[in-house]
Structures are given as structure tokens and as C-alpha cells.
Design a protein around this ligand. Structure first.
Ligand SMILES: *Cc1c(COP(=O)(O)O)cnc(C)c1O
Length: 459
């Protein structure tokens, strides 16, 4: 994959916002299969979630109303769109509200919960405890005794641990979550209250994962959810895309050559946005354009996309943000990842439209704006998508992407989806601090009369 428009490498390394747009190779037909997974696997994953729904409704009272479905809304946000400076001639902004996903309170409810369920299903089948007609039998004393003799472990910056820990302990597994130093205290507290063992690590996400993996490998009764390598996680994320397609159709939004769909996905290790982009590519082929959003100081996916290009060839095939002189420090704890998932990166190479980066103060300003204009309560990581439309329509790199793909004339019909990825369980006091900081960030931006909210030009 080549870079369509040369962006400023020095800006990336200085921690300033940049947009890197790819020149995509898949310009016909449906999205390609990858590593042996295809749209059939996405359907099979959605079917598994359907089989488990009655059990989930039994285990989690908050899922009674949806009969065990864990899904989020797709909404229009006219005031927020206006505040972000996206004019109607550039299309319609919608929000996919995974910040309010029940049970886990973040996008991890898709991938994380799926992997635990797939593991539980396989285990129960092996022990002759699976009643295909009614998965509620997995809440029986026999099934719980089986699960109690097994462990599920994971390394996390917080949200994946929450999803895995809550789901695994609800089924009766012993759950162990290895948390990186970025993890917020309230996320650890919430897990411990559910009987989950939380192991705190002084290092970053990568170290927490490595430590968890090592402990799990020594224990044959332990299943390690490997965020850097798991297809089950990826498929869990992808399985939400058929539902999104129905939501778009219900909202009267067409997606085709003359009605492009732009999706802005906050990216940590790349699994969640990668799975979603993969699922959307199966449905919409070249007509969906997925951009990943990362903090300016943790742009691991962008660094991975640049690996092997002349400027970065000395960094090898799998570089980290430290290798390019960045420090991986961000308030967006869900995105504080130094090195991308190699699996997600390989999957995304032919599919990705681009990656842009966002400063922490912009995340807070947008968090505040989302609350004020759309009554949307999110954590900082989940605000990264809101910079997307401005980056795409307001920068040279973005406009070059639109021109190269023949999209400029169709922007009036475009749909932009900002994917809000977490926030439901943020404690009130913590959220009040986020809001206050966001109000300050907004005020500072307008005082300096910069194009802060509508996004700076990267150079
Ligand atoms: C985990 C997470 C993401 C990104 O998911 P990855 O699979 O790590 O790329 C985005 N937003 C929030 C709030 C998250 O918790």
C-alpha cells in the first residue's frame, strides 16, 4: 500500500495532529477473505451471539428488555454536526453509540464478550453439557462447576478487562485481569467487586499482555484472551456490522458509489476498529471508507502502516511509538497502546482508508461538545471519532483522498459515522472532571481563535 499524499512525518513525531490517507487496492467487489475468515464467519459469529442471547438475558437483568441482545443505537446529531463544522454539502453525521453498550460499557462488549462465550461453548460441548436447544442450561450448577474449574485471563488497559472479567465471572469462571499502569482505578474497583482477580502492572499495555500471557501459558486450565492475536475477538467486533447495515437502511441512508460511507473508529491495538472495518467491507465493498483515530502520542497503528516505507525502514517490520520518539502518554486510556496488533494490521492493509491523530485537549473539547449538543456521555478515548469529518474535508490529505477516489462530487450524499466507543460506567466524579477539562479546552481554543474544534491543518 502506498501513501496517497505525503503528510508531515515531522508533525507525527512532534505529536501534532496528522492525517495519513492510504491508496486502497480493493476497488471492486466485496471485501476479501482474510486468514481464512470471511463473511460466513461473521454470520456464524452473529449466530453464536443469538444462541447465547437467552442466557445473557438471564445473567444480566439490564439485557431483559433487548432479550439478551447487546446492541447500540445509531443516531443523527444535527447540533453536534453543526458545532463540528460539517456542513450539509459534505453529508450527514451520525453517531454509533457503543459508549452505552450494556454489560461492559464500551465497544469491548462486542469482541470481549464473544470470545468468552465461544470459549464457554467449546468447553461445555467437550464435557457433554451443551443443550443446543436452550443455552440457559449453561447457568445450571453442573455447567457452573465446570467453568469454576477453569480460568479466563486477559491483559488490558481497562475496558477489555472489564468486558472479559464481567462476562467470565458471570458464567462462573475464575477471571484474572492483568492491568497496565494506564488503567483507571474505578475500572479495577468495579472488577474486584465482581470477584475478579486484578493484577496491577507498573508497565504499559504491551507488558501487561505479555505478563498475562506468560502466567496463562503455564496453566492448562486457563484460556488467555490475546488482544494482539485473537480472531475470536475480531469476529466479535465484526458481528455487529450486519445490524449497523440494517440501522442505516432503516434511516434511509444508502451506501453505494454515489453515497459514500465514512466511518471514524478510535483505535488502540486495532482489533475493534479492524473487526468492524472488516465486517463493513464484507457488506459494502469499496463504498465504505474506514479511518482509524489515535492519540497524537500513541499512534501505533499509523506507525505500523508506515513500517517499511523509506522513512521508517530502519525500524523493522513491527515498530512501536517509542521507536519514533513518542511516549504513549494520553488520557485516552482505551487507546494507550504502543504497538499495533500485527493480525489487525495485516487484515487492514488492503481495507484501510487512513489514520488520523488527535490531541488530548481536542478529545476533551469534543467530549464536552458531545455532552452539550447531543447529551452523549463518553470517555476521552471515545471522542476520537469526532475529528474525522474535519480531517477528511478540511485538510489537503483528506481532500486528496476524496479526489483520488472520485468522491468529491458525492459528498452531499455522504454518511459519516463517528463511533463512540466507551463511557457508560465512568463514575460521576470522574466524568465531571472530564467535562470541566473539556470546557476549558474549548474556551482556550476559541480564545486563541484557532481552528481547534474544526481541526488544525496538520503541517
Ligand atoms: C479498546 C478501545 C478502543 C479500541 O479498540 P482496540 O481493539 O484496542 O483497537 C477504542 N475505544 C475504547 C473506549 C476502547 O476501550
Amino acid at each position: 500500500m502506498t501513501t496517497l499524499h505525503s503528510f508531515s512525518l515531522s508533525a507525527l513525531q512532534a505529536g501534532r495532529p496528522v492525517l495519513w490517507a492510504a491508496s486502497r487496492t480493493t476497488d471492486g467487489g466485496a471485501g476479501p477473505a482474510f486468514n481464512g475468515i470471511s463473511s460466513a464467519d461473521v454470520s456464524a459469529t452473529a449466530d453464536r451471539l443469538t444462541r447465547f442471547a437467552p442466557l445473557l438475558a438471564l445473567l444480566f437483568p439490564e439485557l431483559e428488555a433487548s432479550a439478551g441482545r447487546i446492541e447500540s443505537q445509531l443516531v443523527v446529531v444535527p447540533q453536534l454536526q453543526q458545532a463540528l463544522g460539517l456542513t450539509a454539502d459534505n453529508g450527514l453525521l451520525m453517531v454509533k453509540g457503543d459508549h452505552a453498550l450494556p454489560v461492559a460499557g464500551s465497544i469491548k462488549a462486542r469482541g470481549g464478550i464473544h470470545e468468552v462465550l465461544e470459549h464457554a461453548e467449546a468447553l461445555a460441548r467437550r464435557h457433554g453439557l451443551l443443550d443446543a436447544a436452550d443455552y440457559r442450561t449453561l447457568a445450571s450448577p453442573e455447567a457452573r462447576a465446570l467453568f469454576a474449574a477453569h480460568r479466563v485471563a486477559v491483559g488490558s488497559t481497562g475496558n477489555l478487562g472489564l468486558a472479559i472479567g464481567v462476562m467470565a465471572s458471570a458464567l462462573g469462571f475464575q477471571a484474572v485481569v492483568h492491568m497496565s499502569a494506564d488503567a483507571k482505578q474505578w475500572k479495577k474497583d468495579r472488577l474486584r467487586k465482581r470477584g475478579v482477580e486484578v493484577v496491577e502492572h507498573a508497565g504499559d499495555y504491551e507488558e501487561a499482555v505479555a505478563a498475562g500471557r506468560a502466567v496463562a501459558e503455564a496453566d492448562p486450565a486457563c484460556h488467555f484472551v490475546d488482544d494482539e492475536q485473537s480472531l475470536s475477538l475480531l469476529l466479535g467486533y465484526a458481528a455487529g456490522t450486519p445490524h449497523l447495515a440494517r440501522q442505516l437502511a432503516d434511516a434511509g441512508r444508502a451506501v453505494d458509489a454515489e453515497h459514500p460511507l465514512f466511518v471514524y473508529l478510535p483505535c488502540g491495538v486495532g482489533g475493534a476498529p479492524g473487526g468492524i472495518a472488516f465486517g463493513l467491507a464484507q457488506i459494502y465493498g469499496p463504498h465504505v471508507h474506514c479511518f482509524f483515530a489515535e492519540p497524537t502520542r500513541s499512534p501505533c497503528f499509523l506507525v505500523q502502516m508506515l513500517a517499511g516505507t523509506p522513512a521508517f525502514s530502519h525500524l523493522g517490520t513491527h515498530p512501536s511509538v517509542y521507536d519514533v520518539g513518542l511516549d504513549n502518554r494520553t488520557e485516552a486510556d482505551g487507546l494507550a497502546v504502543p504497538r499495533a496488533s500485527d493480525l489487525a494490521a495485516r487484515m487492514m492493509r488492503p481495507l484501510l482508508a487512513g489514520v488520523y491523530t488527535v490531541e488530548d485537549e481536542t478529545l476533551f473539547a469534543h467530549l464536552h461538545l458531545a455532552a452539550q449538543t447531543a447529551d452523549i456521555r463518553i470517555e476521552p478515548s471515545a471522542a476520537a471519532g469526532f475529528s474525522g469529518p474535519g480531517m477528511l474535508t478540511g485538510t489537503d490529505a483528506g481532500r486528496a483522498y476524496l479526489a483520488a477516489h472520485g468522491l468529491a462530487a458525492h459528498m452531499y450524499n455522504a454518511t459519516h459515522i463517528a463511533w463512540t466507543t466507551g463511557g457508560l460506567f465512568v463514575p460521576d466524579e470522574e466524568y465531571a472532571r472530564f467535562l470541566a477539562r473539556g470546557a476549558l479546552a474549548s474556551a482556550a481554543a476559541s480564545a486563541s481563535a484557532s481552528e481547534f474544534i474544526n481541526l488544525p491543518s496538520p503541517s
